[in-house]
Structure formats: C-alpha cells, structure tokens
Design a protein around this ligand. Structure first.
Ligand SMILES: NC(=O)c1ccc[n+]([C@@H]2O[C@H](COP(=O)([O-])OP(=O)(O)OC[C@H]3O[C@@H](n4cnc5c(N)ncnc54)[C@H](O)[C@@H]3O)[C@@H](O)[C@H]2O)c1
Length: 260
C-alpha cells in the first residue's frame, strides 16, 4: 500500500526498535513515505538511533533537545534544507524527572512540573510553530498520549498532568491549524501499555502489560501492541483521515472502555 508515496515525514522520539516512534516510522516507510529523524543529542544515543532507523533509509538525522528553542530552530532548518517541504510531523517523546514519578504526587516540585510540561507538552506547540512554514497543505501532525491524562494511574503523577495539557494542546492546535490556509490536521493517539524505555521509567511495565492482557477486550501483548499504534498513525498521517483533527484516538485494545 503506497498511500504515502511522495510524502515526507519528520519523526521525533525514536530511541530504539522498541520505541513507538520506530513502529510509526515502519508503517510510514512501508506506505512509501520518505523519512527523517531527530534524536536527543549525545553520541551514544546517536549511534543507537542511526542503527535503529537504518532500514528506513532516512534522508537525514538531526540532533534536537526539544527543551531548547535553538535546537528546534536548527532541526527544522535542516528539514527545510534537505526536504524543502514537509507533509507529516511525528511527536513521540516525553520526559519527567524520575523522582516526580516515584514520589507521592503531593511532593511534585515546581521544577519537575516545569520540566515535564515543557518537554512533554509545550514541545508539541513549539514544533508545530516551527513546522508550519515548511508544511505542505493538508499535512498531518501526530503526538502520543496516555489514559493517565484522564484517569488515575499509579505512579503516572506529573506525566498525567503533562498528557492532559498535551491533549488540550492538540484540540487548540487542531482548531487553529485546521482554519489556517494550509488546513493542517493535529491528532493524538492514546496508546495502551507498551514495553519501551520510557515505560520502564514510569513503573512496573511487566505488571502493567499483564494487566492490559487480562482486561483489554482485544488481545494486547508485547508482540503486537506497538504495531497497532503504528497502523493508526498511518491512518492519521494519510488522506484517509482528511476530516479528522483535534482528536485523541485510543489504540489500547479497548482497555479504556472497560469499567470492571
Ligand atoms: N510506552 C507506553 O506504554 C506509552 C503509552 C502511551 C503513550 N506513550 C508515549 O509515547 C511516546 C514515546 O515513548 P516510548 O514509549 O516510545 O518510549 P521511548 O523511550 O522509546 O521514547 C521516548 C523518546 O523521548 C525522547 N526524549 C526525551 N526527552 C527529550 C528531549 N528533551 N528532547 C528530545 N527527545 C527527548 C527520548 O530520547 C526517546 O527517543 C511518549 O510521549 C510516551 O509518553 C507511551
């Protein structure tokens, strides 16, 4: 299926082959999309990311700490130089200080709050602003969120607040950029538990995976979970979702609909 033939995507947040961003990239690549990646600066991370995305023949890789405006400006300048124009922007990253996830929520510090909200939510707004001038009409921006934005999840703490801000930002960006002459769509995918580096940082991911496997109406396991997310990302990035914006779409095997 080459539904993204001729399209160009800039993907932020691939760390390794387990990353949700990697599975999104795989679907976009299989659909004929040309890809480029951004990674958190550092030699060790760069080596890991270069190896992980090799199968996708990336046009370029650009270092970027999304907490730094100058990094974002530099990354999108590279995108303009190498790609000319962009059709798809993938925001698949988040960060909160470890102690803010493990301590009681009541103990959240002002600094941890700022860091988590800055890296995990504000970065989407900053990236959308950088991307807009070089985006083609009818382009698509997607981000990754989690059920913790709406319901209490043990140890999700400040990340839950950041995801609530992210989902709200998706609605405001969706409304503004939809009315923009380029009609850019902005959507979020709320994924079920997936065994990644970031998930390990939050808590007992094996216990969580087992819980999802038991409670989700559809089968949910480590072998297929990220691939499900990749497929919905492909839909949102393609013309099949031409009438969809500002949405948070659950891809969690139906876990969120179960009350008991
Ligand atoms: N794994 C899950 O169960 C799950 C569920 C729902 C949503 N999500 C979300 O999916 C997204 C991707 O996470 P993942 O699970 O694939 O984990 P991951 O660890 O593979 O990816 C997280 C990425 O964030 C990047 N990052 C962190 N701080 C950064 C910064 N300052 N600048 C640039 N990049 C930075 C890391 O380098 C990494 O590439 C995150 O938003 C996460 O909250 C994950």
């Amino acid at each position: 299926m080459s539904i993204l033939a001729g399209k160009k995507a800039f993907v932020f947040g691939v760390l390794n082959e387990y990353s949700i961003g990697w599975h999104i990239a795989r679907e976009l690549h299989q659909a004929g999309c040309e890809l480029a990646f951004s990674y958190f600066p550092g030699e060790k991370i760069e080596r890991r990311v270069v190896k992980a995305v090799e199968p996708f023949h990336p046009r370029f890789l650009a270092p970027c700490d999304v907490g730094k405006d100058e990094d974002l400006t530099a990354a999108f300048a590279v995108a303009e130089e190498k790609f000319g124009a962009l059709d798809i922007l993938v925001h698949s990253l988040a960060f909160a200080p470890a102690e803010a996830l493990h301590n009681p929520f009541l103990q959240t510090t002002r600094q941890a709050w700022h860091t988590a909200l800055d890296i995990s939510a504000y970065s989407l707004v900053a990236m959308a602003r950088q991307a807009l001038p070089i985006m083609n009409p009818n382009g698509s921006i997607i981000t990754m969120t989690y059920l913790g934005a709406e319901k209490f999840i043990p140890m999700y703490n400040i990340m839950a607040v950041a995801k609530a801000a992210l989902e709200c930002s998706v609605r405001y960006l969706g409304a503004e950029l939809g009315r923009h002459e380029k009609h850019i769509r902005v959507n979020a995918i709320s994924a079920g538990a997936i065994k990644t580096m970031a998930a390990r940082g939050v808590g007992d991911i094996d216990k969580m995976m087992a819980h999802y496997a038991e409670k989700s109406p559809l089968p949910w396991n480590a072998d297929t979970a990220a691939a499900h997310v990749g497929k919905t990302a492909l839909y949102l990035c393609s013309d099949l979702a031409s009438g969809v914006t500002g949405e948070t779409i659950y891809v969690d095997g139906g876990y969120n609909i179960v009350g008991w």
